[in-house]
Every structure is written in structure tokens, then in C-alpha cells.
Design a protein around this ligand. Structure first.
Ligand SMILES: CSC[C@H]1O[C@@H](n2cnc3c(O)ncnc32)[C@H](O)[C@@H]1O
Ligand SMILES: [Zn+2]
Length: 442
């Protein structure tokens, strides 16, 4: 078993709702777990331990991205300043009809490399050709929950293929990969199709990751078709009986709060996407007040355009203050608790991820604090949320393995990935009139 000692870092974590900042700490990692944490020089360290000097760096739990479409980095910048309907029907769904499994593999490597550089060690990803994404995750070294997206019109056979994917990859890559089912959304499936998904999920003992109630129009459409909200559609089709990760949920109805609170659900919140697509924002504090965890997410890079959770932390605070016209809303400690602890709850990893403490998995990001914007250090939490950026991430560890050190990626070749992606771009950004993988209801 490998032993790694991170020496002399400052440490920021949240425990029992309290922010803890501890200067000059050592973190001892044994195998894939944190074994001990203590003031520098105080731990008993095996002779054979590898030492990693972290003077001046700030250790935080590896960041958790609760909802992404990682390979969509391939289309970054291709759908700007358009309505959400046009975003899907004129850009995203036509562009995605060009994708091959190899494109998705290289896109996934590009997005995973970007996330490691931003201190992200866990991603819940929802896309196509997920064998290739799983392969990329396995090579990159971070942790992921993966679902193979399926639309209702693709039918039972396609759904069965996603079930096979779940079985094939569950618990692989030294346990870093878990797999769930991923019906795309209530508006691109039917209640019967969702019922079938719920049946398979129960059978496999896995959860479901799905988009829900992203716009008021989607909720109105659901009432027209089924006489109920999208959340109630999920309830009545049995989806909420299994752990359910709801992407977005910006427009819950009054009864939806209780429905969600009474079931094993969590919400992925992606503020930059909402700002860019003019979608509004979610009642985050209300969700949390009734016990529904809300984690942070990037969504895909076509609506974001980066895969950066530090940026989502900042935007979460700013958008919630702005929506409430109240600067005291969403204080920095709550942002931290959401990013770390709620993030872990949303992906069902609470108790092992989202904090730095003995017994937790060794997923850690170490940030530089030497930029002028990070000085003085009266308040390291404020610096992290309002001043830090992905470029400050120096070193990233996942499952006890160092993935990036001194900003050098150790598991991936970033120049080779860029070259391969570059070769594919011209073909990928062609849009053939009338060809698209699905239709967004208008
Ligand atoms: C879930 S991957 C399948 C499908 O979903 C599309 N997609 C990307 N972002 C969103 C979003 O925020 N809401 C709904 N659907 C989204 C993605 O492009 C794929 O086609
Ligand atoms: Zn999404």
C-alpha cells in the first residue's frame, strides 16, 4: 500500500456545519484513504512514505461536479446568444448527430483534463458512447458516476444497452467508477418509459440522473400533456423510489418540495448555464431548508463555457444574493457547505467524500495562495470563493494518486489531446439541415 505525506499545507474543510481553517498541517494518505491529519511534523510517518511539500498551498476536498456532459467541450463556443429552443434544435442536437465513439473518447479526455486542472476530482456525467467516457475516466484517474443518456423515442432496446453499460462498468477503475441510469428528461421521454427506467434501476440497485423543470415552459408543457408537474411525473412513474439526481429543477411547484424531500433526491445547480441561457435561478435556500441537498455543477461546456466549480461557487453566491435583493443571503460558509458536503450527498458519497478527515477518501485539491488577489489572508474562505480561480489549482490527488503536481498533468498528455481534438473539429462542427438526435419541444 502506497503512503503519501502532504507536508505543511493550510487546510479548509467543513465539519458538522462549521468551517475549519487549520494552518500548517500535514495530511497522511495510506492507499486510497486519509489516514491522519495534524500540525506539521506531528504525525508518525512510515519511512517509505512519499513526501509532497505543500508549504503555502491551501488543501480543500477535491471538488465535486454534480452534473456535466464532459465530451461537450468538443462544441465549446458553437452556440452563443441564442434562445434555449434554438440552442437545442439548431445547434446541440444537430451537432451531436456527428459524434462517433472516438470523438467522445477524445472529448472526454479533454474535459477531464480541464477538470483536473480546475481541482475537480468527481464528476456525475450524462452523455452518449459512455464506454468511451468510462475508458477516459479510468485513464485520467478521477472519480465519476456515469450514465448513458437515453431519449424516449430510442425505445426499449437502447435502454437495454444502457443497462448493459451499468453492469459492465459498475465499480471498475479501482472503484472510482459507479454507474446509474440516465433518461434524458420528462420532456424527451414518456411516463411509461420512465416507469421502465425505474424498474431497471430498482433491479440493478442503482440511481437515476435526469434533467427536470429547467424552464417554466417545460412545466407548463408537462401540465398540458399529463396534468401534473415534471416532478410529480417522476414520482408517479416510480423514479423517485431510487436515488435520483435532478439536474437543475429551477421551477418546482409548491407540492414538489415535499415530494422531493420525502424521497432520496438531490439537485445539481449550474448557475453559469442559467445566466447564459437566461433561465432564471432555483430556490436554493428553500430546497436546503426542507432537507434537499443542492450541489454545484458545470453542465456542458456549450452552455458554460468552462468546467470550473470554483466559478460556480462564486456565481451561486452572487446569483442568490441578486435574486433575493439581499446581500446577506448565501454567506460564504453556506457556499462552502454546498460545494463540499451537499455535493457529496447529491452523488450519494457523503461520509467518504466532501471533507478532509481521517477515514475519508483521499481526494484533495491544493491551491496556490500567492496571487495578489489572494492577499491579505484575513479570510481564506472569502479568498477561495471570491478571488480564487482554476489557475490557482497547483496539485490534485484522487483516490490517493497524484493526478497533477505543480500544474503538470501526470496521467494525461494535454498536448496530444489537443492535437487529436483539433483534427476532429472541422467534421464535428458541420450541421446537416434536418439531421438531429432529438427535438426540444417548442
Ligand atoms: C444528457 S446528455 C444527453 C443530452 O442532453 C443534452 N443537454 C446538455 N445540457 C443539457 C441541459 O442543461 N438540459 C437538457 N439537456 C441537456 C446534451 O446535449 C445531450 O443531447
Ligand atoms: Zn445538462
Amino acid at each position: 500500500m502506497q503512503t503519501l505525506l502532504i507536508e505543511g499545507c493550510d487546510l479548509l474543510t467543513v465539519e458538522n456545519g462549521n468551517v475549519r481553517f487549520l494552518p500548517h498541517q500535514d495530511i497522511l494518505i495510506e492507499g486510497t484513504y486519509i489516514k491522519a491529519i495534524g500540525p506539521t511534523g506531528s504525525l508518525s510517518v512510515p519511512k517509505e512514505a512519499t513526501r509532497l511539500s505543500a508549504q503555502g498551498l491551501l488543501a480543500i476536498p477535491g471538488l465535486i461536479n454534480t452534473h456535466a456532459h464532459v465530451p461537450m467541450v468538443l462544441f465549446r463556443g458553437l452556440a452563443e446568444d441564442v434562445t434555449i429552443e434554438s440552442w437545442f434544435n439548431d445547434y446541440i442536437f444537430p451537432l451531436e448527430s456527428n459524434l462517433t465513439p472516438e470523438d467522445v473518447y477524445w472529448g472526454a479526455l479533454l474535459g477531464l483534463a480541464e477538470m483536473i486542472e480546475a481541482g475537480i476530482t468527481y464528476v456525475a456525467d450524462h452523455y452518449f458512447f459512455m464506454d468511451e467516457v468510462a475508458q477516459a475516466v479510468s485513464e485520467a484517474g478521477l472519480r465519476a458516476n456515469l450514465v448513458w443518456a437515453v431519449f424516449g423515442h430510442e425505445g426499449e432496446q437502447k435502454l437495454a444497452r444502457t443497462v448493459e453499460f451499468v453492469k459492465r462498468w459498475q465499480g471498475t477503475a479501482e472503484g472510482r467508477i459507479t454507474t446509474w441510469l440516465g433518461p434524458h428528461a420528462p420532456y424527451t421521454t414518456t411516463p411509461d418509459f420512465l416507469r421502465l427506467c425505474a424498474h431497471y434501476a430498482r433491479d440493478l440497485d442503482v440511481g437515476i440522473h435526469i434533467h427536470v423543470s429547467e424552464t417554466a415552459a417545460q412545466v407548463a408543457h408537462s401540465h398540458q400533456l399529463y396534468g401534473m408537474s415534471p416532478v410529480r411525473v417522476l414520482l408517479e412513474s416510480g423514479v423517485l423510489e431510487v436515488p435520483t439526481l435532478l439536474a437543475h429543477c429551477l421551477y418546482p411547484e409548491e407540492e414538489d418540495y415535499k415530494i422531493l424531500a420525502d424521497h432520496p433526491t438531490g439537485i445539481a445547480h449550474a448557475p453559469k448555464t442559467y445566466l447564459k441561457l437566461g433561465m432564471g435561478t432555483a430556490p436554493v435556500s428553500r430546497f436546503r431548508s426542507v432537507g434537499i441537498p443542492v450541489g454545484l455543477a458545470t453542465d456542458g461546456a456549450v452552455s458554460n463555457n468552462t468546467l470550473d466549480i470554483l466559478e460556480q461557487m462564486r456565481l451561486l453566491a452572487l446569483t442568490q444574493k441578486d435574486a433575493a435583493h439581499d446581500s446577506t443571503v448565501m454567506p460564504i460558509a453556506e457556499v462552502l457547505a454546498m460545494a463540499f458536503l451537499d455535493g457529496a450527498r447529491v452523488v450519494r458519497q457523503d461520509g467518504v467524500l466532501g471533507a478532509l478527515k481521517p477515514g475519508f477518501l483521499a481526494d484533495i485539491a491544493l491551491l496556490r495562495q500567492d496571487r495578489l488577489a489572494m492577499f491579505p489572508r484575513y479570510n481564506p474562505v472569502a479568498n477561495l470563493i471570491y478571488s480564487a480561480s482554476a489557475q490557482d489549482v497547483d496539485t490534485v490527488i484522487c483516490n490517493g494518486q497524484v493526478l497533477m503536481q505543480n500544474r503538470r498533468l501526470l496521467t494525461l498528455d494535454r498536448e496530444r489531446i489537443k492535437e487529436e481534438v483539433q483534427r476532429r473539429l472541422e467534421r464535428l462542427n458541420q450541421r446537416v439541415p434536418g439531421r438531429r438526435i432529438a427535438t426540444y419541444p417548442v
